[in-house]
Design a binder for this molecule. Sequence first.
Ligand code: FRU
Length: 491
Amino acid sequence: QKWSTELRYQPYHEWPTDYLEKLKQTTNDSTWRLAFHIQPVTGLLNDPNGFSYFNGKWHVFYQSYPLGPVHGIKSWYHLTSENLVDWQDEGLAILPDGPYDSHGVYSGSALAVGDRLFLAYTGNVRDQDWQRHSFQLGAWLDNKNQIQKLSEPLIVNSPKGYTQEIRDPQIFIFNQQYYLIIGAQNEQEEGKILTYKSSDLVNWQCIGEMTFSDDLLGFMVECPNLIFIDNQAVLLFCPQGLDQKQLSYQNIYPNTYVVADGFDGETNTLNNPSSLKNLDEGFDVYATQAFNAPDGRALTISWIGLPEVGYPTDEEGWAHCLSLVKELTLKDGNLLQRPVKELEKLRLDHHSFNGTLSSVQKIYSPQENRYELQLDLDAAAQGTLTLFADDDTNLGLTLSFDTQNGTMTMNRENAGTPFAKEFGTSRTFKIPQRGLSLQIFVDHSVVEVFINQGEKVASARVFPKKGQTAILLEGTTGIFSGEYWTLRPMK
Ligand code: FRU
C-alpha cells in the first residue's frame, strides 16, 4: 500500500468493506498482538484522549486511524472499563465529519460535569492550499455513550502572535473555574503552553502563557496536562525539538514533566518549579495523559509509540498500543509512577526464586511473553537481566544494572526484529546506589519496567521472533530473589 496524502485523507466509508476485513485478518495473524494492553483493532493508534471516570466507569479514548499503520485522518476511538484492567470496545466515537474537524479529530481531554461527560478536543481543518486551521471543540457524552458535538467551536484559531500549531486541550476545574491548557507555538516558532479560563465551558478567555521555566520548550509543545497531588502540581508535556542542553534524551521527541509547589491560577504560574525531567527512561513513551480521578488518585496512561518512527508491525497493518494505567504519587518532591493496584487481577499461577548472581542462569522459560516479574537485588548487585532471550544465542533485551555506580542500561540492539536504530539502541540512566527492585510487565511485544517502586520507569516495544521468551540473569556480585506470575489476557 502506497500512502499518498489523498489516500490518508479519504473518508473511511469510501474504502471497500473487504479491504477492512482483510486488514483485520492480517492484524489478527500478527504474532506481536498484545494480551493485556490496549491496541488498535486495525490500523494506527496514537495518543490516549479523554481519560476519565464517568457514569460508574473508566473511560479512555485514543487517536485512531483504522485503515492502516499511518497517520491518516484521525478519529477518537472509545473504550470503557470497570477496573482499569479489562477494557470494553465501544468503537469509533468522534469522527472527522464536521466543518471544524474535517481533517482530523485531534487529541483532547474529558471532564465529568453533572450527568454528562464534556469532551474537549482539537479540530484540524486543511484549506484548499493545505494550510492548517485549528479549532478547539466541545462535545457531550451522555450516560448511553451517545456523543453530541457542539455546533460552534470553543476557541477559533490561535491568539495573536501564535501559529496554527495549537492543539491538545486539557480541561480541569481549579478554584471553582474551568481551565483549559493547550500546546502551542508562537510566531518565533517556540513551544508554549497557553491557558484559558471559562465559567460556562463555552466562552473561553486566553490568559496567556503559563510560566514555569526560563528554558525554551523546543519548537512546539504537545499534550500538556496539569494535575494536582498533595497540594503540589505536576505538569506533563511533550516539548518537540527540546534542546539537548536542557535535558538529555534520545527519543525523537521527549515526554517530560516538572513538579511544582502549586499552581497560581491568577498569574498563570507554577510556583517553584523543578527542572524538566524525562517521564520514561525507555524508548517509546509519548503523549501521556493524566487526570485527578474522583477516588483521589492521580492516574496516567501513555501512548507507547513515537511520531515519525517506523515499527515492525507496520508490515502487518497495525501500529502501537497504550501503556498500562499508572498511579502517580510524590515522595519528597519526587514523582513516583506505579502500575495501578488493579493490575494484580491479571495474575495467574505464581512461583518464587532466589540465588546468587553468577554466570548466565535461566530464571524461567515461559511459553509466552505474557508475565509479570518481580526481581529484588541487593545493594552490591552488578549484572544483566535478559528478557525475550533466544535459547540458542542467549540474546534479547538486556537490562544491565550496577547498583554500586548507580546506573542502569536498557539495550534492545539484539532483541528480536531491529527498528528505530537511528535513535540509538540503548538508554542509560541513573538509579540509586542501594538495593534494586524491578517490577516488570511483559506482553508479547511490549515491556514496562518499574524501578524501585516507581522512582523510574523504562518502557519499550520489542519484536521478538518465535520462541524468544527466556528470562536470563547473570552477574558478578550480589544475591537476588524474585517472583513470577503468568498473566491472563484482558477480558
Ligand atoms: C501527538 C499529536 C497531537 C495531536 C495528535 C494527532 O502525538 O501530534 O499533538 O493532537 O497527535 O493525532
